[in-house]
Ligand binder design. Structure first.
Ligand code: UDX
Length: 430
């Protein structure tokens, strides 16, 4: 099919490349001319395992190209960002409106528009008039950074939020079924529903995941004051099929471009709808998450003897999670920054994210070599569980540091092995 993907950020770039490898003729559209040039050379501009190879393959096939303006197509995917507004909790949907404005001059009346951006419930219904009869589907995306290619090509489910009018809904569904033909043939579940439900699926999924993490972080604190071990608690909980083993890792909490923004956007939307009490627990989820970062800062200051000035602190990890160079709302960098503010001499190391650290935190010292970063440290904090860090040898690293003190902010290391090697190991609730 002839497809345009409007907005070539994280989601759009991956989506465009994946659809081209499925055999469609795809144009990725972005208003940023420099980005379009870079993408046309096969450079994503961010780290995502498997994406460079996929882009090269798709560009090489001749089925993927990039442009600054939309072109005539059968299906238009909207994959623009919906960041948190600067002066509140709500999501800014202005890029979605701008994307629709940009396609109207070229999209024929039988074109199908598919919204994938995460939007507050009620947004899709408000866009219908603007589309002047073109069919609109709201089909949220659930990809995780670090696994974006696999999540796009082999999703857990496809969600179609369809228009009320049966004939338009049928036309839209048929078009989208054709786009995802190979996935449907592979039995990926496809759920059809109305716009509001589809919009809520995404908001609910991210709120639920955030709640799971904050719940475990409260359990971590309970473990800490009672002598329990939250990693064993999580293992035991996870064996209950009703709970499941995933997203139960306690630590310094969640960050990134989605979970923090989405729980705030759902609070903002519920407030607009007059049902803010219903989601008030999400304020606690957010506060617990912040508290998890505070706890690590407090512990670090304690270990530095409450005199952090001039003390050498090494932070392992800058990205908000491993296998990503994304530093948006990164818990690791907030902790590093706050220790720097307290006067510590902070060195940050990360396998992929140091470029972003230079740009956004120019005052933090960075070091790409782990050995150099650890040398002379009086306190080490593991804050993003990259394999490079979780596989460190406690015996080999102890000789590098000035004082063998370690905070494992992700419970990624084996406490027994590190303590046996002579480290003063502190985990999160264990
Ligand atoms: C999330 C959703 O998972 C995805 O479905 C949606 O499309 C976009 O938002 P992502 O932001 O890539 O994906 O990251 P995710 O893997 O969900 O992790 C979010 C944060 O939670 C990270 O900071 C991670 O370190 C943290 N986390 C995750 C925990 O602290 N504990 C866990 O058990 C799991």
């Amino acid at each position: 099919m002839k497809i345009n993907v409007i907005g070539c950020g994280y989601l759009g770039t991956v989506h465009a490349a994946c659809l081209a490898t499925l055999g469609h003729e795809v144009v990725g559209v972005d208003t940023d001319a420099a980005r379009v040039q870079r993408l046309s050379r096969g450079e994503a501009g961010f780290f995502e395992p498997g994406l460079p190879e996929l882009l090269a393959q798709a560009l090489g096939s001749g089925r993927l190209s990039f442009a600054t303006e939309p072109t005539p197509a059968e299906v238009y995917f909207l994959t623009v960002g919906t960041p948190q507004v600067a002066d509140g909790l709500a999501a800014d949907v202005s890029f979605v409106h701008a994307a629709i404005d940009s396609i109207l001059p070229v999209a024929s009346l039988d074109a199908v528009v598919v919204g994938k951006s995460t939007v507050p419930v009620g947004t899709a219904a408000g866009l219908v008039d603007k589309l002047g009869g073109r069919a609109l589907v709201w089909s949220p995306e659930f990809l995780r950074e670090g696994f974006a290619v696999a999540d796009t090509l082999h999703p857990d489910r496809l969600v179609y939020g369809l228009p009320d009018d049966p004939a338009t809904a049928c036309r839209a569904q048929n078009a989208l079924d054709q786009v995802y033909e190979s996935m449907l043939a592979a039995d990926v579940p496809r759920l059809t529903m109305n716009y509001a439900t589809a919009e809520l699926v995404k908001m609910a999924a991210n709120s639920f995941l955030a709640t799971k993490i904050s719940f475990m972080n409260t359990m971590a604190e309970l473990c800490e004051c009672t002598g329990g071990d939250v990693t064993l608690l999580a293992e035991a909980l996870g064996l209950d099929a009703r709970i499941g083993p995933l997203f139960l890792r306690a630590g310094i909490g969640f960050g990134g471009g989605c979970l923090p923004k989405d729980i705030r956007a759902i609070i903002a939307r519920a407030t607009e709808l007059g049902v803010d009490d219903t989601v008030s627990f999400l304020h606690h989820v957010d506060a617990i998450n912040q508290h998890s970062r505070d706890r690590v800062v407090d512990r670090a200051l304690q270990l530095l003897g409450d005199e952090p000035e001039g003390k050498k602190v090494t932070v392992l990890g800058a990205s908000f999670k491993p296998n990503s160079d994304d530093i948006r709302d990164s818990p690791a960098l907030e902790v590093a920054d706050r220790l720097h503010d307290q006067g510590a001499e902070v060195t940050v190391t990360d396998p992929q994210a140091l470029f972003g650290v230079h740009r956004s935190f120019p005052h933090l010292h960075t070091e790409s070599d782990i050995t150099a970063a650890l040398t002379g440290a009086e306190l080490v904090l593991l804050l993003t569980e990259w394999q490079e860090f979780s596989h460190l040898d406690p015996q080999a690293t102890i000789d590098l540091v000035e004082r063998p003190q370690l905070i494992d902010g992700r419970n990624a290391l084996n406490p027994r092995a590190w303590r046996a090697a002579g480290w003063r190991y502190t985990g999160m609730g264990r």
